[in-house]
Design a protein around this ligand. Structure first.
Ligand code: NAG
Ligand code: NAG
Ligand code: NAG
Ligand code: NAG
Length: 260
């Protein structure tokens, strides 16, 4: 053993002695900021901050390409703190249970598989609409159309909180149905899949841009003739919010001023 080997051995010995002293303190839970709480430790991507995107959703106008979207698993993990408490915080109903969160995860994957809509986008849309609360309340638009469920779908017929009828637990078939109503659609006109398909005819359409445009359509039913996704009716920040969610934005303050 050379000198450096000896030094290495000696430092290992020191480290071992030190570690066993630490172990003797026998505290089975790490306290304070040196510990970590569940969700963040297998998360390795995304930025929880907000950039306002203006314009037509293209890379040329500064919008993020799908290559910079987070992975599904990273986005899922990063949003667990929202999904696990949104029912109580936003809807005054019991929080999603672990089983309901598992059903949500499985249902997003199943509907993505069936419709070929990117599962990251489905997750972003669910967060945008209801923060992932399975007991999100049905809303009724000004023209009297019901928008129930996780995706506040157009004329959907799945919900675990319809007219004050709160279901707890929320059955798996309702969770799947709420997502399917929003993505596959309930008739021939509405749903993300239909909105994305419609983008194939747009000259020079990019993958991510098709999704940002579909988001605008889902929220307001039309895209402004200028192509600007921040214009038109309904929530002007909607497409920009979706883009941010796909990059990892979760709960930091939005800096979008389009709806001010
Ligand atoms: C987002 O946050 C990161 C890390 O705090 C920071 O480096 C980056 O500049 C921020 N980006 C924007 C657009 O605010
Ligand atoms: C979006 O804007 C870019 C850059 O201004 C332009 O080249 C492109 O044709 C526009 N695409 C659509 C679909 O409006
Ligand atoms: C919902 O979950 C959050 C986070 O775990 C918790 O702080 C809150 O008390 C829960 N609310 C209810 C009504 O259980
Ligand atoms: C839900 O809506 C779809 C599409 O309009 C329809 O085919 C289906 O029969 C409805 N289901 C129920 C239980 O009403």
């Amino acid at each position: 053993m050379g000198l450096s080997g000896l030094l290495y051995f000696a430092s290992l010995l020191v480290a071992f002695t030190y570690a066993s002293q630490l172990l003797k303190r026998d505290q089975s839970v790490v306290s304070g900021s040196l510990g970590t709480d569940e969700y963040w430790n297998d998360y390795d991507g995304g930025l929880n901050n907000y950039t306002q995107y203006d314009g037509n959703g293209s890379i040329g106008e500064g919008w993020p390409s799908a290559l910079s979207w987070g992975s599904f698993n990273d986005l899922w993990v990063a949003n667990q703190h929202i999904i696990s408490r949104s029912c109580s915080q936003v809807y005054g109903t019991p929080n999603n249970s672990d089983q309901e969160i598992q059903d949500l995860y499985n249902s997003i994957k199943q509907v993505a598989h069936e419709t070929r809509v990117d599962k990251r986008f489905i997750l972003a849309a669910i967060l945008q609409e209801t923060k992932g609360c399975v007991r999100a309340k049905t809303t009724t638009s000004s023209d009297g159309i019901k928008n129930p469920g996780l995706l506040q779908s157009f004329k959907g017929n799945h919900s675990c909180n319809d007219d004050g009828e709160v279901q707890n637990p929320c059955p798996q078939d309702q969770i799947l149905g709420m997502i399917s109503d929003g993505v596959a659609g309930t008739g021939s006109e509405q749903g993300f899949a239909i909105n994305i398909n419609a983008q194939a005819d747009v000259d020079g359409i990019e993958f991510a841009q098709a999704y940002y445009r579909a988001a605008r359509l889902y929220n307001s039913g039309a895209i402004d003739s200028s192509g600007d996704l921040g214009k038109g009716s309904a929530t002007h920040c909607y497409s920009s919010d979706i883009a941010n969610r796909l990059l990892g934005w979760t709960d930091s303050a939005s800096t979008c001023t389009l709806d001010d």
